[in-house]
Design a protein around this ligand. Sequence first.
Ligand SMILES: [Zn+2]
Length: 284
Amino acid sequence: MAKKAESQWDGFSLKPKKEMPAGLWLKCPGCEQTLFKKKVTENLDVCPQCNYHFRIGAEARIKYLADEGTFEQFLADMVTSDPLSFSYRGTKYKERAKAAEKTAAGKEAILVGKAFIKGRPVMLAVMDFNFLGGSMGAVVGEKLSTAIEKAIEDSLPLIVVSSSGGARMHEGVVSLGQMAKTSAALAKLDDSGGLFISLLTDPTTGGVTASFAMLGDVIIAEPQALIGFAGPRTIYETIKVELPEGFQRAEFLLEHGFIDMIVHRRDMRSEIARIIDYCGKNPA
Ligand SMILES: [Zn+2]
């Protein structure tokens, strides 16, 4: 469609063709068509041609998931203490983290807060891939654990949206400790009879998959999301084995019983609301 519009313009004007401003068009990795970015955004960042679900940051995710203006964030200012005084190729981790704030929705790779979804009060935690690949360090672990504790206190359903490259290597074993910390907090939520809906988006990998992301009472994934522990490239480079077609994609995981359902982004709010009601966790 985009190409057609362009050729029509050529016929009407002899002026030199203006270059499109950067970022106005994008190419869909699913169908390889050139798409008008505005149309994609209006469609919740899903390709109108082939339903490819684009990766989105935490801000857009909250916008698409929560009732408008209801997200009340807490612990927004928590930043890493850089427990290992880590630096990589001449750049200090703290400086990298500070720089990452410019591309991300907040000061860390997760945003936590109370919100409403179709009128149902929830505790919402949304990872942000735009902050150091959505990696889990001590701050992500602490913010998520606090959100879980508050969900227990206030008897709120917990919704966690994962979008992560895994544990944050800049924090070494401290980042791995967050797997146990968040899993222990979820065990308490489970003991209290709470509901945890885990939403896996592209990509959900590493220590996040190996801990809280796969512990949901109900595990939902977006279509075609990459979900796994080690990524396909790492597996191939380590054991030199070609993986089956579609391995680690949401559809493959559903077929093999690792997740409960795949839901289109436009239906996510309704589906989560339905699960909350079905589980009897809607106090209204
Ligand atoms: Zn497409």
